[in-house]
Each structure stands twice: as C-alpha cells, then as structure tokens.
Design a protein around this ligand. Structure first.
Ligand SMILES: [Zn+2]
Length: 165
C-alpha cells in the first residue's frame, strides 16, 4: 500500500463574502424612495383585475397585464392596518462567525394595510413579543425610524405597534 492510498484529505470551510448591488428597478425604487423620504407606503393597481399590489410590480402576477407607470395606477396606502396572521420563527439563523443567533424573536405579522384590498398584505415584525397579543383582527400601525436614519429599506419601519381605535 502506497502512502498516496492511505493519505486522508481534509476540507476547510471558507466563508466567502460576495457583496454586490443591483438596480431595484423603477417601481421598487419608487416604493423604497417614498418610504425613505416621505414615510409613505405606495402600491400600484392592476388596470385589469383592480388588485392593489404591494410592493408595486410592473406586471400583475395574477393576470399578467403590464401596469403602466401612470398616476391613476399608483395608490398610497395607510401605515395603519389589520393583522391577518402571525408567524413566529423558533429556529433562528446562527451567525457562522460569531455563533450567535441573528435577529430578534419578534413575531412576524401579516398586515392588510388600510387603503388596499384583500391582497394588499405586507409582512413585518411586531413590537409585541408575544404572538398571542397580536391575533388576526388586531389593529396596528408602523413605527418609523427618524428621517435621518432611513436608508430606503423596508426596515425603515422599525416594527408595527398595536393601536386602539
Ligand atoms: Zn391583474
């Protein structure tokens, strides 16, 4: 038996960081710019099926019609809405470098924003850590970061808080 036949090869895991950016496109750029600059959430409306779509899309995913960039096809939504469902992720991501859990355990809310329709649902985290305190039907409102801290991301909304109306 030669040395080569008994030689063991080991593997070394490498963490490769490949940062890159790509254009968000006209519609998502407008959506994110409105969030950053005005603290507003915009959607667009399909001219065929009349669904209000958030985040806005250039093509309606239901009926495959192009949604033209016309003022009448844009809709401003409220930052208030109604919880339709909740999801709490128990098994959270572990940072491979630090070994610590990533993110907070806040329940994720699915929220139908006022000014939209039954399909106008966004997902975001809840201020409330206990999902049983934000059941479907709960009224919530976005809590925004101050303007100078906003980056044009959905995380410019810190979380949604329960409101009494
Ligand atoms: Zn449509």
């Amino acid at each position: 038996m030669s040395q080569k036949e008994t030689e063991e090869y080991l593997y070394v895991d490498q963490i490769v960081k490949l940062p890159f950016t790509e254009s968000a496109g006209l519609y998502i750029s407008r959506f994110l710019t409105k969030i950053r600059d005005e603290g507003k959430i915009v959607a667009n409306k399909c001219p065929k099926c009349n669904r209000i779509i958030v985040p806005p899309r250039i093509v309606c995913s239901y009926c495959k019609v192009k949604i033209e960039d016309k003022p009448e096809n844009w809709v401003e939504l409220s930052d208030k809405g109604t919880v339709t469902d909740t999801m709490t992720i128990e098994d959270r991501e572990i940072d491979a470098v630090t070994g610590e859990m990533v993110g907070a355990p806040n329940p994720n809310l699915f929220i139908r924003l006022d000014g939209g329709d039954e399909w106008t649902i966004i997902g975001h985290i809840s201020e409330e850590m206990d999902a049983s305190k934000v059941p479907p039907g709960t009224r919530v409102q976005a809590v925004w970061k101050p303007r100078e801290e906003r980056l044009g991301k959905v995380s410019d909304i810190k979380y949604f808080k329960v409101i009494q109306e």
